[in-house]
Design a protein around this ligand. Structure first.
Ligand SMILES: C[S@@+](CC[C@H](N)C(=O)[O-])C[C@H]1O[C@@H](n2cnc3c(N)ncnc32)[C@H](O)[C@@H]1O
Length: 229
């Protein structure tokens, strides 16, 4: 590998698992993508044009099966939601749920959130970013894959409007320590609220699938709200 190749190799926070789509998830993806899906392109999105109004934009990174995202959109009709996920069965599940509940204030993307943020989200356009139970990458040699890194924080802050919020939750103690350290040292965010609990005191969000799984295993949950400065 040449030096240039090494230099440009990207460390991603996910490994694209093909997973098994149920036939109904597959049909949902095909049928509902025109209604809810946004294709990846290296061109900035126009949120007011996309939603037909100007409202707070909430972006969720790695929404999994989308249950929490869809519930949040349903519970906050005055805001518009963008969900990003790379796991196709989860996207299919999310679209079915959104259709069943007749959700209008939601759009979904199937691409690396880092690239979406970099190329499609205009600077200063987001009211809030939710990063709920990001992959913990427990092995030390994989820690570099964790999405919460100084460069991610700089990128996220540039997309939030001033005073916008970054919500993070994890059930993995070593990742919680990493988040305290990395965000604590960031010049772009200040801590607004931090909670450690047993699923009984989340910040203002519905419980997620991974959270439920962590709680069943006896894990603690850490929740943070950081505000962009
Ligand atoms: C541990 S799961 C949590 C899912 C969900 N938030 C929950 O709490 O149930 C993390 C998810 O983030 C997604 N993910 C990881 N890195 C991503 C990235 N760079 N862009 C989009 N999705 C990503 C993974 O595909 C995975 O579904």
């Amino acid at each position: 590998m040449t030096e240039q190749h090494v230099h440009h190799r990207t460390i991603r926070s996910f490994v694209r698992r093909t997973g098994r789509m149920t036939p109904s998830q597959e049909r949902a993806l095909a049928a509902l993508w025109p209604r809810y899906g946004i294709d990846y392109e290296t061109k900035a999105l126009d949120f007011p044009a996309l939603f037909g109004r100007s409202a707070d934009i909430v972006l969720e990174i790695g929404f999994g099966n989308g249950e929490t995202l869809v519930q949040s959109a349903a519970g906050n009709p005055g805001s518009d939601f963008i969900g990003i996920e790379v796991h196709e069965p989860g996207i299919g599940h999310c679209l079915l749920k959104a259709r069943d509940l007749g959700i209008e204030n939601l759009r979904v993307m199937s691409h690396d959130a880092i690239e979406v943020l970099r190329h499609q989200v205009p600077d200063g356009s987001l009211a809030r970013i939710n990063l709920l139970f990001p992959d913990p990458w427990p092995k030390k040699r994989h820690h570099k894959r964790r999405i919460v890194q100084p460069a991610f924080l700089e990128l996220a802050a540039s997309k939030l409007r001033s005073g916008g919020a970054l919500h993070i939750a994890t059930d993995w103690e070593n990742y919680a320590e990493h988040i305290d350290e990395v965000v604590g040292a960031s010049a772009y965010f200040k801590l607004d609220e931090r909670r450690e609990h047993r699923g009984d005191q989340p910040l203002d969000r519905p419980t997620t699938k991974f959270e439920t799984r962590g709680l069943k295993r006896g894990h603690h949950i850490w929740d943070w709200r950081f505000v962009s400065v």
